[in-house]
Design a protein around this ligand. Structure first.
Ligand SMILES: *Cc1c(COP(=O)(O)O)cnc(C)c1O
Length: 813
């Protein structure tokens, strides 16, 4: 927009009093909080019940706003800005909109009715947007103020307008009609909504019909009550169900998941509407009539109507994970609605940190670079801390934007982004429908009623401190976060530990380390099973390899040479009896030869791994491993004249062989609350609690069976509860059929029959519980240790088998 202020004075019939009589305005605002207020803003000081726009003028002048529409000039501001003085600022806003609407002559669709206005508008936008550059009312901006603001959004790129008008009492539509000035009218369902503002149903209908005073065509359902109120001259295009007197006669047939409409209009054709409720079907018919009016072919109509989707009427504020607040706007992504959403974000933010997840922006009529430059200015103007762009265009166009992270697809984002990288921030999720941002909302929404693995970060720290207390204060600690932190979430654990004294993190593969680096973890990281294909990436991400063979070392050195690295830290693994990875005794001299006088790499540590530190019956074997380690590492140190860190102990090693702690230990399972020894366990706190809810409770009579293959037969009537968790979530199938149990309201409920892929059934006979109650799969009871014992496995396997589809929820007191 670009409007000279002289034209404003005329349009508003205002008295001008100002300092800069020769300038243009390029946007309009009524919200003093909007971060879009700037030099080019025309600010309307509207009165309100609690706030009066005039109060904010001084502050807005300080922000650089120059032009104000007021009903009086506040004392202290006289001579400091341009004022357009009018008797009524709301009327002035409407007058401005009428003037502005008059500058454009493309077709405009006006929609009113009691229900369905916003849905019809959004759906029309969906079915027509392949062919038009549409300006439409944002959300449900259909009031005296909203309609004016909607129309003011028009610019020279648009070639079709769709605006809705809502009224609550008489006299209102008269004001809205000249602002919208529709060429085509749509009357949606007329129901009892908002009747209190009117003397009668007829008065309400008559008032609404005023929107259509100047339309060339009015689309509506054939209805005697409405027809009686239409002027004789009205040019209508009507529809009806099994109504031969309507222009378009429609037969409807409901079926599972949708409605088939047979449209009789210049021949018959069928349209599938993906809804069954009467309101949605009527709204879809309004769209079909409009498409018929615009001469769309039956094929196109069928195709586009088949794609209609449920419309969210408001920006939704939701509780997110980790104390985040989410603003869900996962249905559209155009410049106009982005502006609104950013203002909404400003008003609803509950945290300092503001993140925007934004898809490609669709705004036809603009050159891509110009459009994204505007988007970038908008984001910068709102002080957005972080922008996550999803889509090829936005990833490319905003690549230079500060704190911008680009992903080409939503799936790409969902697979690479750790949900818990979001914390205590307000997140606006705004994307066009085709990007399926609703999946991101699901991903980030706080889940209170479903299967979660709850991770208590306080317990993690407690457990760390327990092992620390058994070590010398100088002994360094490496925390193993391989396999997603034993299933608990590697990034979150690493982050929780970043304020504790942890010297190293250990991961199995390079990509786990890269993910930690991407999440901002700076602690040194050792990669235990480095593959030579990942060496270059490791160097790029500052990840240190475990070196277990001469061949591996040679290839790492070759990479270091190629990349001009020097003294790159490496960690030498000795195989003292585990016989997994590591140098054996007869390979040590070759190792020494390779390392002697080599300054491409530097031995940061030497270590070995114990095979049986948890089992005292192998004490002699273990001590022999330690002795070998002492001898071999000693040889390396003296021959190479190096003083690296040495480390041997894992969790049960720390507990059983503290004398072998050397310079560092490698703490794994104990951190996650599982000790291998009963007394050790008493000192630990439970970290992970796997929970779900009761989906359904039912009674099973004697003689009936439960589940697949009828593995449970009721010999007496039982009450059973079905839980939405199964072997695909990582619950071993062997835990079913009476072996395992869950805890519901403090009581044991035995698992009946075979565990299914996504569900299992438990016996709740005699347990006081109801649908929706929580069931604990493991945690305090049963513990993973108990489960492992019954199943003949180890807790490690149970913890790391919990599927990644189970959401991890972290808490700290
Ligand atoms: C996994 C692992 C550890 C940690 O073992 P826990 O028994 O879980 O404490 C230590 N060192 C190495 C080499 C490992 O692979």
């Amino acid at each position: 927009m670009s409007v000279h202020i002289q034209n404003i004075t005329t349009a508003l019939k205002a008295t001008f009093n100002g300092t800069q009589p020769d300038m243009e305005i390029d946007n309009v605002s009524i919200d003093s909080r909007s971060l879009q207020n700037n030099y080019g803003t025309l600010f309307f000081a509207l009165g309100g019940q609690n706030r009066d726009g005039h109060q904010f003028i001084t502050a807005l002048i300080a922000k650089g706003v120059v032009n104000f529409v007021v009903n009086h000039i506040p004392n202290e501001t006289l001579g400091k800005a341009n004022f357009f003085v009018v008797p009524d600022t709301l009327k002035a806003l409407q007058d401005f909109a009428v003037y502005y609407r008059g500058l454009y002559s493309f077709p405009v669709i006006g929609i009113t009715g009691s229900n369905g206005k916003t849905i019809v508008k959004e759906w029309l936008n969906y079915v027509l947007s392949p062919d038009y550059n549409i300006i439409r009312s944002p959300r449900s901006y259909n009031s005296q103020v909203g309609v004016a603001l909607s129309v003011i959004g028009i610019n020279e790129h648009h070639d079709l307008g769709i605006f809705e008008a809502g009224i609550s009492t008489t006299g209102e539509m008269q004001k809205l009609e000249p602002i919208i000035r529709p060429d085509i009218g749509i009357l949606t369902h007329i129901g009892p909504a908002h009747d209190e503002g009117f003397a009668s149903q007829n008065q309400k209908i008559a008032e609404k019909l005023q929107l259509f005073t100047h339309v060339k065509t009015l689309i509506l359902q054939n209805n005697a009550a409405v027809n009686a109120l239409l002027p004789e001259s009205a040019h209508t295009f009507t529809w009806g169900f099994d109504d031969a007197s309507a222009d378009v006669n429609i037969a409807k047939k409901l079926h599972n998941g949708g409605t088939t409409l047979t449209i009789h209009y210049r021949g018959d054709f069928e349209v599938q509407v993906p809804f069954t409720d009467a309101a949605s079907v009527e709204n879809a018919i309004s769209c079909i009539l409009l498409m018929l009016h615009l001469d769309y072919s039956p094929e196109t109509i069928t195709d586009r109507i088949g794609g209609l989707y449920p419309v969210e009427l408001r920006l939704q504020v939701k509780n997110g994970i980790n104390g985040c607040t989410l603003i869900d706007d996962s249905y559209s992504s155009d410049y106009q609605s982005l502006k609104i959403a950013l203002d909404f974000l400003e008003q609803h933010k509950t945290h300092q940190k503001k993140t925007v997840i934004l898809s490609d922006v669709f705004q036809s009529g603009f050159d891509t670079q110009v459009l994204y430059a505007k988007v970038a200015r908008l984001l910068a103007g709102h002080n957005i801390s972080q922008v996550i762009g999803i889509g090829e265009t936005i990833s490319r166009e905003l690549a230079e934007f500060p704190n911008f992270y680009g992903y080409t697809t939503t799936t790409d984002f969902l697979t690479h982004y750790r949900a818990n990288a979001f914390e205590d921030e307000t997140v606006l999720i705004k994307g066009a429908r085709s990007f399926r941002f609703d999946e991101i909302v699901v991903f980030l929404e706080e889940k209170t009623h479903e299967t979660v693995l709850e991770i208590n970060l306080n317990s993690v720290i407690h457990n760390l401190n327990f092992y620390k207390s058994r070590l010398k204060p100088t002994t360094k600690i490496m925390v193993m976060v391989k396999a997603f932190g034993y299933g608990a979430g590697s990034y979150e654990i690493a982050k929780a530990l970043s304020h504790q004294k942890v010297d190293y993190l250990g991961v199995a593969f390079a990509d786990e380390g890269i993910a930690l680096r991407n999440a901002g973890i700076t602690t040194p990281i050792i990669v235990m099973n480095p593959e030579s294909t990942a060496f270059a990436a490791m160097a790029a991400y500052n990840l240190e390899p475990e070196i277990y063979s001469a061949k591996e070392l040679r290839s790492f050195i070759a990479m270091a040479q190629q990349k001009n690295l020097s003294n790159y830290p490496i960690h030498i693994k000795l195989d003292t009896g585990m016989h997994r990875l590591g140098f054996q005794q007869n390979q040590i001299s070759e190792l020494i030869d390779l390392l002697r006088n080599n300054n491409l790499v530097s031995v940061k540590s030497i270590f070995t791994h114990l095979s049986a530190s948890d089992d005292v019956q192998f004490r002699d074997f273990t001590l022999e491993q330690v002795n070998k380690f002492e001898a071999w590492s000693g040889q390396l140190m003296s021959d190479l004249h190096i003083q690296p860190l040495r480390h041997v102990l894992n969790t049960s090693g720390i507990y059983n062989y503290p004398e072998a702690q050397y310079d560092m230990v490698r703490l794994g399972i104990g951190l996650y609350g599982v000790g291998n020894d009963a007394t050790e366990r008493k000192s630990l706190q439970t970290v992970g609690t796997l929970k779900t809810i009761i989906l359904q409770i039912k009674e099973v009579p004697a003689g009936d069976s439960v589940g697949y293959s009828r593995r449970f037969m009721a010999d007496k009537p039982v009450h059973i509860a079905t839980l939405p968790i199964g072997y695909a979530d990582g619950i071993p199938r062997a835990w079913g059929n009476g072996k395992g149990f869950v805890t519901i309201n403090g009581q044991k409920a035995t698992i009946l029959g075979s565990i299914c892929m996504d569900m299992l059934m438990v016996d709740v006979t005699g347990i006081d519980c109801k649908e929706g109650d929580t069931a604990i799969i493991f945690g305090e009871s049963p513990t993973v240790v108990e489960m492992a014992e019954v199943l003949g496995t180890i807790p490690y396997e149970i913890l790391t088998s919990i599927s990644q589809r189970v959401k991890r929820v972290f808490f700290k007191e």
